[in-house]
Structure formats: C-alpha cells, structure tokens
Design a protein around this ligand. Sequence first.
Ligand code: SF4
Length: 205
Amino acid sequence: MKANTYAYRVGNGIYINLTNRCTNACRFCIRNNAEGAYGSESLWLEKEPTAAEVFEAVKTLYFPACREFVFCGYGEPMIRIDTLVESARLLKAQFSLPIRINTNGHAALIHGEDVTPRLAGLIDCVSVSLNTPDAAEYVSLCKPVYGEKAFEALLAFTTACKMHVPDVQMSVVGDFLNKYQLVMCKAIADRSGVKLRVREYIGNN
Ligand code: SF4
C-alpha cells in the first residue's frame, strides 16, 4: 500500500520520513516485512515530501510532550540532504527541539563530498548504523551499493560529524551479532570517540 506518511509519532518523538530510497539493502531492514514502523500508517511514499510538507506534517502531529524530531524514515534520509537541512531549519525555528538523524553514514559517497558541515547548528544528534565490525561482514549484512568502501565511508562520516554535531553515536542491531562481533563494534566506537547503542531487531509492527 502506498501512502504519504511524512511524519509519525514514536514515544515522545516525531519521526520524519523523507524518502524510501536507500544505498543499503540490510537483511534486518524493517521494510522487508512491514508497511510501517511503531504502528504508523504505511511509510511507502507516493511522493517524497518538500520541506514545507514536512513542516506541515510535523505541525499537525505535534503534541506538548514531544521531546525530539528524528529524520529516520523508510529509507536513507541523507540522500535528500537539501530537504533535510531546509526542514531542520524550519523545525528549529518553530519548535526549538533537539533534532536527530539516523543514517547509514554513506552521505559522502552519495553526494561526492563531505556534507557534515551543513548539519552544524541544526542537528543535535547523529546516529550512524555501524552494524558490523568489518567491511566484509558489512557487505554481507547490509549489501551496500558501494561495496566494501561503504564501511570506511561510514567510519569517516562518523569522525566528520563530531566536528559539527554535539552528540554522535553508532548503533548495531544486537540480534545479528555474536558476542565477539559486539566487542569488536564497541572497540570501533571507542576508537571513534562515540557511544555504541545496541538496538533490538524490529521484525514487524
Ligand atoms: S540502511 Fe536503514 S533503510 Fe537502508 S536498508 Fe538498512 S535498515 Fe533499511
């Protein structure tokens, strides 16, 4: 089912769905076996939203206990860096709430340059999906269109983000890693100077 769900509520946050495009095809991606996430309507988009449409969708959904906005979506939000930055600017001006991006960290490969300076002053937190402790395993689990260089790119992206964003984290899906792999991922996060968030697999709604 196609729809135009540009924003949806998760706990005390509003999540923003900019695109269904992605440069990965992760084995654990919720898109493989669900239409939406956390009880949302279908997140398969008929049309990608403009920044004004994102702003309107968030305004409609806004509730007093809302504590953050998250660019997450059913795809890789940083593919749409222009719309993301413009939307963040509108949201920041209206609500003054923290804004997070959940990303696969491929932005420099996607855009051919480091776009992290554009996040300065707008984005409060970036969570980069590390997923595995090395490039070969990353290719096996996430099937990036860029092959093994995607892994080095996400590490470099994480480091670059630290210069422009106050809170930078990495994440893994714990269910897809053994204990040794988890330890190795933690070591990578430590070397990068960021926290590692071990999240649960979301198989379906
Ligand atoms: S990076 Fe995210 S949206 Fe893209 S395939 Fe992986 S889990 Fe799905």
